[in-house]
Structure formats: structure tokens, C-alpha cells
Ligand binder design. Structure first.
Ligand SMILES: [Zn+2]
Length: 397
């Protein structure tokens, strides 16, 4: 039996092999004859590819098929627990690493201590430690087809470089190069919002969406755009930077140097600043913790009217950002994730009202707006999806 070794990632990416593999992934259990008739590949081609996939144990045979009078046909399905993927959520607060099977089910995880204030070298070291921990489990390195890294800030996905991570003050951190050198496994790096978009798209049960925009609203505001099933980057990889969409010409100064960007109005810090302006000094002094976006959410849940009003207004503003996106791209679905989305009970109704008030047509007003269904795992699962997508959809890369 041939061993799955290094280069499995590249080996899986031949076009016909990918077509067969995708058919099996989406329609399993499925017979060889069905694959041939539904993909248009010839039966001998399908047979050869299936043989090689079976040899590498990427797929397996099962006898679950319905008998058509004769012998039960042998059906094929992914051998999900034979190959694995590592996902890394490299956030501004901590690094989370997970090991999943080919279906994206988590088998093992690692969460770093706080990364606030650490150097670029320490940050890379933390990331390596997380990956090494997962590899030291029962999984040999040869069975890991790739490592996906979702990094906050501006990322060059082609070179796998973090161009600028404002919260940590990093510039030009060559993540892909460092991790590949250390582990000899293919590494994909993208920014957190794009990873989130890919995760929400890839792990969607219905799988029929063509266009989706995912907004990551937390300590910053970013978005990932899936157009016709592919991540959209634009000419300089800046597509989706909606945090710097101008909302208020006379607004607050943003870290980018402009004023009134969406990011100055919708992040956790922005929510805290708004609340601080409206609360009396006495109210602020009574708090048992420093005023943060999370505190405002807690106050809102206790019925504090100022906190509720601030969150609702934040929702209205996010809704304005979203309606601009909708009129520009007309997506099937908008997904909202990140820390601020935790306060959805207060922000979601006003987001939806904002869209209802401003949409150009009834269908546009009714655009599906949902919370990230992968929740707090949406970024790290997105990192997994980026690797899976590049294996199963090589034409996307
Ligand atoms: Zn800005």
C-alpha cells in the first residue's frame, strides 16, 4: 500500500481527481457508475482515480447501497478520519489551534496564553507551539494535509504574510514561510474575516449559496466576500475592508487617519466610548469593572436604557454599512460574527430595520442576515475551510 506522504496536498489537486473527490464528498455514499454519469468523466477514468484514492486511503468502500435486484453495489465515501487539517486563529488576544478531520470535526485543540504585548518572534513561537502540540497527539505529521492560519489585520494571502496587525503592532510577518520551514506541511494564510467567510460558506449545510459576505465585528471591522463560490480579493487584496467605509464626514478620527469610518462607530471599544459619553459619572463609578463593549452588553441585559439605546444605535450604523454592501454586491446572505455579534439580541433588530428602511427593492430589503453559525469557532474553522477549499477546489486558487 502506498503511503500518504508529504505532497498529499499537491497530489489531491489534479483537476479530475478533485472532481471525483468533490462528488464523493458531497454525494456520499455514491457508486463509481453514478460518479461517471454525474461528472461526465469516462468510467475507466473514474475507476482509475477511485483506485488511487482508495490506495491512499482518502476514500473508503461501503456496502450501504440499495440492491437493484442483484448484488448490492459498492459505494464510496470519504475516509474522513484518515487525513487531518490544522486551523489557527491568530487573534489579537490569544492564538487558538485546532486539529480536525476532513469533515471539519474538531479532534484536539490548543489555546495559547494571552499574546498581548508580545514580540513578533514570541508570537511565531506561540503559533509553532500550538501546532506542535496538536501534532504530538496521536496524529503523524504525514496525515496532516495542510495548516490554515486566520490572522487579524491586513494579510497577503499569496505569500502568506501578515502585512500589518494593528493590535499587536506587527508588520511583514512571514507566517507561511516560518511554519512551512518548521513543519514541512503546506500552509495557507488569510485574514480573519475572509477565513470566516470561507468557513461559513464551506460548512453551510445547504451548499447552494453563490455569493456571501461575512462581517467580523470585534476589536475591528472587516469582511470577507465570496463571489460565485470564490473568495474575492480585488486588485490589491483590499476588497472587503468595510471597517474604513466613511459613515460620518464629521466623525471621530480612525486609526487609518480618516474620520468617521464604520470602525470608529461599531467596534467593542466604540460601543464603550458611546456609552461613556451618555452615562453620568456616578453611573460609571458604580461599575465594578472598566467600561468595555462587554460591560455595555451586560448593562443592557440588566435593562439599562442607555446601554440598550447605544447598542440599538450601533445596530443601525452596522445596518447602514451592510446596505451599502448589499447594493454593491447583492449577496445571497450576510453573516455577522465577532465579539460585537454576541449582543445580537440588541443589535440585530436595528440592523434589519436599517436594511428594511433603505433597501431599493423588496427582495433587497429581505436579504438574509444571520449570525455566524460557527459562533466563536467561526474564525478557526474558517482557517480549516481555507485549506479544504484549496484542496477540493484547486481552480479557486
Ligand atoms: Zn478608518
Amino acid at each position: 500500500m502506498k503511503k500518504v506522504g508529504h505532497g498529499t496536498f499537491k497530489w489531491m489537486k489534479s483537476i479530475n481527481r478533485t472532481i471525483v473527490l468533490n462528488k464523493i464528498r458531497k454525494n456520499a455514499p455514491i457508486s463509481r457508475a453514478q460518479i461517471a454519469s454525474e461528472t461526465g468523466l469516462t468510467p475507466p477514468t473514474v475507476s482509475n482515480i477511485v483506485k488511487s484514492l482508495l490506495e491512499k486511503e482518502i476514500i473508503r468502500e461501503t456496502q450501504l447501497g440499495e440492491s437493484q435486484g442483484g448484488r448490492k453495489p459498492t459505494l464510496l465515501m470519504l475516509n474522513s478520519n484518515h487525513l487531518f487539517v490544522i486551523g489557527v486563529d491568530a487573534g489579537p488576544g490569544y492564538i487558538k489551534c485546532i486539529l480536525t478531520n476532513l469533515e471539519g470535526q474538531t479532534k484536539k485543540e490548543y489555546i495559547s496564553p494571552s499574546v498581548k504585548g508580545i514580540s513578533e518572534e514570541q508570537f511565531l513561537q506561540e503559533m509553532k507551539q500550538g501546532v506542535a502540540y496538536l501534532l504530538h497527539a496521536d496524529i503523524p505529521k504525514e496525515k496532516v494535509i495542510g495548516i490554515g492560519v486566520a490572522m487579524h489585520g491586513a494579510v497577503d494571502a499569496i505569500t502568506g504574510t501578515s502585512l500589518f496587525a494593528p493590535n499587536l503592532g506587527f508588520r511583514n510577518l512571514q507566517i507561511k514561510q516560518h511554519l512551512e520551514k518548521e513543519f514541512d506541511i503546506e500552509v495557507k494564510v488569510d485574514n480573519d474575516a475572509r477565513a470566516m467567510a470561507m468557513g461559513e460558506y464551506w460548512f453551510d449545510e445547504h451548499g447552494e449559496l453563490e455569493t456571501l459576505v461575512a462581517l467580523n465585528i470585534g476589536s475591528g471591522v472587516g469582511s470577507g466576500i465570496i463571489l460565485n463560490g470564490k473568495l474575492f480579493y480585488g486588485a490589491q487584496s483590499v476588497a472587503g475592508e468595510i471597517g474604513h467605509m466613511t459613515i460620518d464626514l464629521y466623525g471621530e478620527l480612525c486609526e487609518c487617519g480618516n474620520v468617521g469610518c464604520l470602525q470608529t462607530l461599531a467596534t467593542g471599544d466604540a460601543i464603550a466610548r458611546q456609552a461613556k459619553k451618555e452615562m453620568t459619572l456616578e453611573m460609571i463609578n458604580q461599575l465594578k469593572e472598566p467600561l468595555s463593549g462587554e460591560t455595555v452588553y451586560k448593562l443592557a441585559k440588566e435593562g439599562n436604557e442607555i446601554a440598550i439605546k447605544v447598542l440599538e444605535r450601533t445596530g443601525t450604523i452596522i445596518g447602514i454599512g451592510i446596505i451599502n454592501l448589499i447594493h454593491l454586491l447583492n449577496p445571497d446572505r450576510i453573516v455577522i460574527g465577532g465579539g460585537v455579534s454576541m449582543a445580537s439580541e440588541f443589535i440585530m433588530p436595528s440592523i434589519k430595520k436599517s436594511i428594511q428602511d433603505r433597501g431599493l427593492t423588496q427582495q433587497v430589503k429581505d436579504t438574509e442576515v444571520v449570525l455566524a453559525k460557527l459562533g466563536s469557532d467561526s474564525t478557526v474553522k474558517g482557517a480549516i475551510a481555507i485549506v479544504l477549499d484549496s484542496v477540493f477546489h484547486p481552480t479557486n486558487n
